[in-house]
Design a protein around this ligand. Structure first.
Ligand code: HPA
Length: 293
């Protein structure tokens, strides 16, 4: 599989290949070498841009843009609304690395691949990671357009990026997840929201495998569990970020009420449209937040 020729001339990557922690250092070294041949920029912050949030990248200056499939071991992004580029540049004067698009479990990606961008951020020099996503509202008060600072998460994917032999040079075997979503950064996000006159709520994000949306019964169950928003990403990235000692924060953009609340079926177009509407608001908050770091 890994050597099949493709019409694009790129070599197909087997996205399902298991990548245990112990295999990450060599893979990360190859990625860093490729990037360092293109730019010396040392980012302070890494940002993952979720579905429909790619426009956040419009504010970047002096950008080096690298398509995913130009990076060793990375397949092209396949999710609609995901561009599939790694960007290095400056946002509000601060050096950043941004992932425009991400790798999802529902595409068949191994958990080790899903989290590799976040591990790469750390290798490039970042200290902080900002995770964004599109999500469904599980809290009935969180309708389309709600911006929710993530206060904690529930991992219901049944997967973890830390399974298998550990790489002790990257992180400890047993990772503490008490304060994954750094209180210090959450406060700063709220301050940035206030400064930009953008309302920010706060709540618990639950991550599922997808790609199907939930049933109404599942949404009710998630609410009983304590979730405020549901999506198909973010939780593994947050776990991996804590493993390597990155400070983590994140914002969910609620694009739709959870299944069963509105009485109408969910559609990916609705998710993208709500992202396009609220994306610029979130972009302003994040630019302000990053400028103040
Ligand atoms: N469920 C799961 N993921 C999502 C949703 C949803 O309702 N909306 C956007 N991403």
């Amino acid at each position: 599989m890994s050597t099949l020729p493709t019409p694009s001339g790129h070599t197909a990557v087997d996205r399902t290949l298991p990548i245990p922690p112990v295999d990450q250092p060599a893979r990360l070294a190859a990625l860093v070498a490729t990037i360092r041949a293109k730019t010396p920029l040392v980012p302070k912050v890494g940002i993952v841009l979720g579905s429909g949030l790619g426009s956040l990248a419009d504010g970047l200056e002096d950008v080096t843009s690298i398509p995913f499939d130009d990076l060793p071991g990375w397949p092209a992004a396949t999710a609609p609304g995901h561009a599939g580029r790694l960007l290095l540049g400056r946002l509000a004067g601060v050096p950043v690395v941004a992932l425009q698009g991400r790798f999802h479990l529902y595409e068949g990606n191994d958990p080790g691949l899903v989290v590799q961008p976040v591990l790469l951020f750390k290798q490039l020099g970042a200290e902080i990671v900002v995770l964004t996503n599109a999500a469904g509202g599980v809290n009935p008060a969180y309708g389309p357009g709600t911006l929710m600072v993530i206060s904690d998460h529930i991992n219901l994917t049944g997967r973890t990026p830390l399974l298998g032999q550990n790489a002790d040079q990257l992180g400890e075997r047993f990772t503490d997840l008490t304060d994954v979503w750094a209180p210090r950064l959450r406060e700063r996000l709220h301050a940035a929201g206030t400064a930009e006159a953008v309302n920010l709520d706060e709540g618990i994000y639950v991550g599922l495998l997808g790609p199907n949306y939930e049933t109404p019964a599942e949404v009710r169950m998630l609410r009983i569990m304590g979730a405020d928003a549901v999506g198909m990403s973010t939780v593994l990235e947050a776990i991996a970020a804590r493993w390597v000692g990155l400070e983590v924060c994140g914002v969910s953009l609620v694009t739709n009420a959870g299944a069963g609340y509105s009485g109408v079926p969910l559609a990916h177009e609705e998710v993208l449209a709500a992202g396009a509407e609220a994306g610029p608001r979130l972009a302003r908050v994040l630019a302000r937040f990053i400028a103040g770091l």
